[in-house]
Design a protein around this ligand. Sequence first.
Ligand SMILES: [Mg+2]
Length: 273
Amino acid sequence: MPFPQHDDHFPRAVDPGLARDSVLDLPVAMLMDLDDTIVSYSTYAGPCWKRVCHNVADRIEGVGGEELYRTLAEARTWFWADPDRHRANRQNMPLAIQRVVHHGLCRLGVENWELAGTIAESYERERGKTIKPFPGALETLRKLRECGVSMALVTNGGAEPQREKIRRFNLAPFFDAIFIEGECGYGKPDTRIYMDALRGLDATPGDAWMVGDNLEWEVMVPQRLGIYCVWNDAKGAGLPEDSIIRPDRVIGSLPELLETENLHCESEPSERN
Ligand SMILES: [Mg+2]
């Protein structure tokens, strides 16, 4: 299992006052999602698709940029709605996006795998520029470490693109252990990855919080294991009206983890379950 070197880690509890004041409200261990929790991943997907579609539309006879954008949006929704297709394809996002675009083009009567690849590459380039840590996210990770919280990154997707983001934003020093679906051979919502992460931090479910943006993967499933689950509602959308999933806590951004007055758990997290 890939553990970062201790020499590379940001220090723990360098500010004894901060550690003493905050530690009562923070858990022993925290499992953290990457995309759309630490870094903005899908926030700018829509605008990127729109730009790319309008740029390439003149290469497709009789199809306008807006029609292409709408059709690819429908194709994306269809493609990613199937859990098995989602799992099988998220390991190779460039190929997955090419498949989505190809499917969309076929809906428009254009069967052109090469053009689908060109559009997919153009989109990946555009979106790569927009992926960045949310405001305050890195500072929050640093403070959590300073407070002595054991930290594990638990992220789905292929090893290479996830490692690239970890390198690009220098995230490894914040974490005691890193679990990537593409390296482990399984990912969320498979409970094995949560058990691996708990073992990696030498923590019990009652010791730990999971923080993530996916209600099913990162709230419902780890909650069943007895982990305290914090839903990161970065879009501010609120819980879907028909949702039967009830997070233990809802935040709009990672810095709220440190706003102790907002904690609704009156007791130590380890006392729940
Ligand atoms: Mg996520």
